[in-house]
Design a protein around this ligand. Structure first.
Ligand SMILES: Cc1cc2nc3c(=O)[nH]c(=O)nc-3n(C[C@H](O)[C@H](O)[C@H](O)COP(=O)(O)OP(=O)(O)OC[C@H]3O[C@@H](n4cnc5c(N)ncnc54)[C@H](O)[C@@H]3O)c2cc1C
Length: 402
């Protein structure tokens, strides 16, 4: 059996490693001419995602261990603190993508750059990708890991919905030479008067940050690309002017600001697989970046797919189409993949949407702040989010088998 993976991002790399481990001959096809760094300066990889990296033999990531989060208001009031799981790491995008791609290369899995999928034919036992340069590739399985703007998604289902704009932008960066009031590893999330702003200190005195300025109208990508980092700095300085001065200090001490990025999610993608083709990662289920789980979901998908196909005998050398019984064939394995993953990812998406909604209150800001104060003044369990990061996908696959 052989698999062709469309997209060399987080999900594609994880699936490549997991399928390779399952004994499947695997190759990755990436649209960009060179390795992708993804978008955004840095991200927080929850411990459930870190556990997948370990399982796949990816080297430990360098970054800031981030076991906890603190929520606060723009006036400096701290609302609450809660755990995010020992092992959760904040890492530069380049570190995560680099570690995954190193592991893919070390496994000897070929990555073909400059291959943008534009067409797809699939039956129950094979799938052929057609690329923009006229080349084709055929596999017994095609994995669509081509991100939130997925082409494979619309090739599988031309009526697939579009991503939902969340009314927020995201920009961020790195500051040094300043002090913040939170200890290293405690991520502070400030519900500011005019913008949402987050900072995280490292042991060596750097401060990583991001902001989610509200923008009601969905911006054009070209429009955002035309706004310089310095223009963003002055916009953000204006937006945090009435808040705790920490945010101002962080912005003033930052290196270059990255261009802003609109934030999206996908409430529900109805079709995840057809014939021998399947969607994983953001192509199947983008959660709002506010969930802090998008990359971990992508990693979990990749590992789950590899484990389920291994269980179905994918690496047996003769292919799966000749086997019989209820577990036979790729379509059956893909149906089991969807049954395992859909309930979890849709719960994460709902949680991410709820987290996003408090970030752009507009004129309702005083009401939001009063509600946050009232809510967090009640005694409450500190493990409300534990279901997100205590999950281990390998255990879930084993549990589904039992
Ligand atoms: C601003 C922002 C902040 C975020 N913060 C966090 C966070 O803190 N924690 C977290 O866990 N997640 C976070 N996320 C989400 C996380 O980045 C994504 O969920 C994750 O990158 C999804 O991985 P993926 O492999 O599905 O998609 P991607 O990483 O986007 O990879 C898709 C790949 O497919 C390629 N591709 C696209 N089209 C084609 C085509 N037609 N043919 C071939 N290849 C193609 C792309 O070039 C790319 O390399 C954030 C997202 C954003 C936007």
């Amino acid at each position: 059996m052989n698999a062709i993976i469309i997209g060399g991002g987080v999900a594609g790399a994880a699936a490549a490693l997991a399928l390779h481990r399952a004994g499947v001959e695997t190759a990755v096809y990436e649209a960009r001419p060179t390795p992708s760094d993804g978008v955004g300066a840095w991200l927080t990889l929850a411990v459930n995602g870190v556990a997948v990296l370990r399982e796949l033999g990816v080297r430990p990531l360098a970054g800031i261990p981030t076991p906890g989060m603190q929520l606060g208001l723009g006036d400096g009031t701290a609302l609450t603190e809660f755990p995010m799981g020992e092992g959760t790491m904040s890492v530069r995008r380049t570190e995560l993508y680099g570690a995954l791609l190193d592991a893919v290369r070390e496994a000897g899995i070929p990555i073909h750059y400059g291959r943008r999928i534009v067409g797809l034919d699939t039956t129950d036992s094979s799938a052929t990708a057609h690329f923009a340069d006229g080349a084709t590739a055929t596999g017994s399985l095609l994995v669509g890991a081509d991100g939130i703007g997925s082409t494979v998604r619309s090739l599988l289902d031309p009526r697939a919905p579009k991503a939902r704009y969340l009314g927020l932008l995201n920009t961020g960066g790195f500051a040094s030479g300043i002090e913040v009031p939170t200890p290293p590893g405690l991520m502070h999330m400030m519900f500011g008067r005019d913008t949402f702003f987050s900072w995280l200190a490292s042991d060596d005195g750097d401060v990583w940050w991001f902001a989610n300025p509200a923008r009601r109208r969905e911006p054009d990508r070209a429009e955002l690309a035309g706004i310089s980092g310095e223009a963003w700095r002055s916009t953000l300085l204006d937006l945090v002017r009435r808040d705790d001065p920490v945010a101002t200090r962080v912005l003033e001490a930052s290196d270059d600001l990255l261009p802003a990025w609109p934030m999206y999610d996908f409430p529900r993608v109805p079709v995840w697989h057809r014939g021998a083709a399947v969607l994983i990662g953001d192509a199947a289920h983008a959660a709002s970046p506010s969930s802090g789980q998008g990359a971990s979901m992508a990693l979990e998908d990749g590992l789950a797919l590899g484990l389920l196909l291994a269980e179905a005998g994918a690496g047996g050398g003769t292919g799966m189409t000749g086997t019989t019984g209820p577990r036979a064939g790729i379509p059956a394995a893909l149906a089991r993949y969807e049954a395992l993953r859909r309930p979890r990812v849709e719960r994460v998406i709902a949680q991410g949407k709820a987290s996003s909604s408090g970030k752009a209150p507009g004129a309702f800001r005083p009401v939001r702040d009063a509600m946050l104060r009232a809510y967090f003044s009640k005694p409450r369990a500190t493990t409300d989010t534990a279901w997100l990061w205590e999950y281990r996908v390998a255990d879930a696959v084993a549990g589904a088998r039992a």
